[in-house]
Design a protein around this ligand. Structure first.
Ligand code: F6R
Length: 606
């Protein structure tokens, strides 16, 4: 959700801001802007649309600033146009903002007689509030502290004041912000991707921290006490945020799935033994109930994990969308564990769910990809996904990593509850190496999925049906399809279709049936046939073993098969095939795969 980059130093700030904005564009891409110090005057340049529009506009401007802030926007308040784009300037204050000021209307009403607002944004109101307090207090740090008290909502701000045009002030609440130093150059960013070309060492701003960046970085806590901070190091490299020869980040990230397996095995189960899991994941034996909370694909991972936890570890598991969970009545149980799933670790609803669980004294476990992100820091324990930087808006490798880690937890819980023996558990873990090999084969065979996509990429609608865990996979497959190809698709519980929705099936409509459990395969296959009887084109996605039972049936348009694996891991290879098909459908349609319309990575607003 929106990206922030700032720079104070010796180099050309304009170039640094533009390259940072390109790296951050995946976080929001409907407008962008820059404010910089042009010989002690703040100049602002903004453009609607992609960062390249801003870059083109700046080509004709010869200033060589050494201090600047920049922003790429995902619109929340007000249309994506130039007026609403950041930076905003009110009085002597110029700022960029990530987050949402929830009480902006009441603040606006109070300030309406002092300031003449130009945009529809909450950000301009925050800017005015800062300007108001700075003028009143004549002390910027005190003013920022008062602003923190007035604002309800989330924010990461990078601010330049007219009377200190060479410095940047920053502060945050519930929206990430980092700051880094390299050879007396200082960088501010909402995410490490923006500054990886310069450094991988950075400081994290904590909730309500304020910092001033001038000849060095001065940090203050929320009481304005000067503080020192520890340096964090990002373990990846600049390659993580480059396409490295791939046409799209999404395709690169699907290829990365093989490395996800490698990383997870080498870090968590190097000896492929249950002992590794116990050592690295800790103990789950005291828990009697699990609640899994996440949004979008992370919620879908939870739905798949529910099946694994309940069926193989015999533990009651509920799965909640974070946006619902945070406002519903919850019934905390003794020995309950809330598992928070999030790639970014910054999703606003999931973060609030974590806080709600903690307020109710429920233990929390974060399954998180981005190191030291807010949910990771606020959870009682964390298992990192180790998927590396994910840039494509549609998640692929991080979803896979989440599901793999949850599958491993299910094995561990099954073992702790004496439902599976040490030998069985170790044998299951051996399948991890097969998984890696199978996924590699699927990806090497990607042209096959492109051929399948050619058959229906011009369609307007499709269905994905399945039972139990396969229904969870259908939900993720359907989301992947619709978010990047804009084909309307529905995931449906196979047995539920005939209770109304089957009326939507028309001649030649594609229906995918995902079937991984041999014992209920005939049921889902019958449901697929019911759609075929109404004219659908059936695509069966299944294991080789199940497909073998239906090999004489020629009524399928395509049968996609994956190798048989242990029940804990069977879903994982299926999802890679579905991601590839969605990718190729979107590619054939000519859509903007990495940056689908209306979306942005990392949803830090409600
Ligand atoms: C879909 C997708 C989203 C995210 C969701 C949660 O491809 O990426 O549905 O899964 O916004 O994001 P995180 O995992 O960052 O909490």
């Amino acid at each position: 959700m929106c990206g922030i980059i700032g720079y104070v130093g010796k180099d050309n700030a304009k170039d640094i801001i533009i390259s940072g904005l390109h790296a951050l564009e995946y976080r929001g891409y409907d407008s962008s802007g820059i404010a910089y110090n042009a010989q002690n005057k703040i100049k602002i340049v903004k453009m609607e649309g992609k960062v390249s529009n801003l870059e083109n506009k700046l080509k004709d401007i010869n200033d060589l600033p050494h201090t600047a802030i920049g922003h790429t926007r995902w619109a929340t308040h007000g249309k994506p146009n130039e007026v609403n784009a950041h930076p905003h300037k009110v009085g002597n204050t110029t700022l960029v903002h990530n987050g949402i000021i929830e009480n902006y209307l009441s603040i606006k009403n109070k300030l309406n007689n002092i300031y003449n607002f130009q945009s529809e944004t909450d950000t301009e109101v925050a800017c005015a509030l800062i300007d108001y307090y700075v003028k009143k207090e004549k002390n910027k740090l005190k003013a920022l502290k008062l602003v923190q008290k007035d604002i309800i909502g989330s924010y990461a701000f990078a601010i330049i004041f007219d009377d200190e045009p060479e410095n940047i002030y920053i502060m945050r609440k519930d929206s990430p912000l980092i700051v880094a130093e390299k050879d007396n150059n200082y960088y501010v960013a909402s995410d490490i991707a923006a500054i990886l070309s310069y450094t991988n060492k950075y400081y994290l701003l904590d909730q309500l921290d304020i910092a001033k960046i001038s000849d060095k970085i001065y940090f203050f806590d929320s009481e304005l006490n000067p503080i020192t901070k520890k340096i964090n190091e990002y373990s990846g490299t600049i390659n993580d945020v480059m396409k490295n020869g791939f046409d799209h980040f999404m395709l690169k990230e699907i290829h990365d799935e093989v490395n996800v397996y490698k990383n997870i095995i080498s870090n968590y189960v190097p000896n492929l033994s249950i002992h590794d899991l116990k050592k690295n994941f800790g103990n789950f034996s005291k828990y009697k109930k699990i609640t899994i909370v996440g949004c979008g694909s992370a919620y879908h991972t939870g739905l798949a994990a529910k099946y694994l936890f309940e069926n193989f570890a015999n533990i009651e598991t509920n799965v909640e969308m974070a946006s619902e969970y945070r406002y519903k009545k919850i019934f905390p149980k003794r020995n309950e564990l809330v598992i928070l799933i999030s790639q970014s670790g910054e999703t606003a609803d999931t973060l609030e769910a974590a806080r709600l669980a903690k307020a109710n004294k429920i233990d929390t476990l974060g399954i998180i990809n981005v190191l030291s992100s807010s949910i990771a820091r606020e959870s009682d324990r964390v298992i990192y996904c180790l998927a590396g930087c994910e840039i494509a808006v549609a998640t692929t490798k991080a979803y896979l990593a989440q599901l793999l880690i949850l599958s491993l937890i299910a094995i561990l819980m099954g073992y702790e509850r004496k439902l599976i023996t040490r030998n069985e558990a170790n044998n299951y873990l051996l399948d991890l190496t097969k998984l890696q090999k199978d996924t590699k084969e699927i990806i090497n065979n990607k042209d096959y999925y492109k051929e399948i996509a050619k058959d229906f990429y011009k369609d307007r609608e499709m269905f994905f049906i399945g039972r139990n865990i396969d229904f969870a996979l259908c939900m993720e497959s359907s989301l992947k399809m619709k978010e990047i190809s804009y084909i309307h698709s529905e995931a449906y519980a196979a047995g539920e279709l005939k209770h109304g929705t089957i009326s939507l099936i028309e001649e030649n409509m594609v229906v995918f049936g995902i079937v991984t459990n041999p014992s209920i395969a005939p049921k889902t296959i019958s449901n697929l046939k019911e759609t075929k009887a109404r004219g659908s084109k059936m695509i069966l996605v299944t294991t080789k073993e199940i497909a073998n039972n239906y090999k004489d049936d020629k009524s399928y348009k395509f049968v996609i098969t994956v190798n048989n694996l242990c029940p804990f891991f069977q879903s994982l290879t299926i999802i890679t095939t579905m991601q590839l098909i969605s990718y190729y459908v979107a590619l054939l349609k000519g859509e903007n795969i990495d940056q689908p319309r209306n979306l942005a990575k990392s949803v830090t607003v409600e």
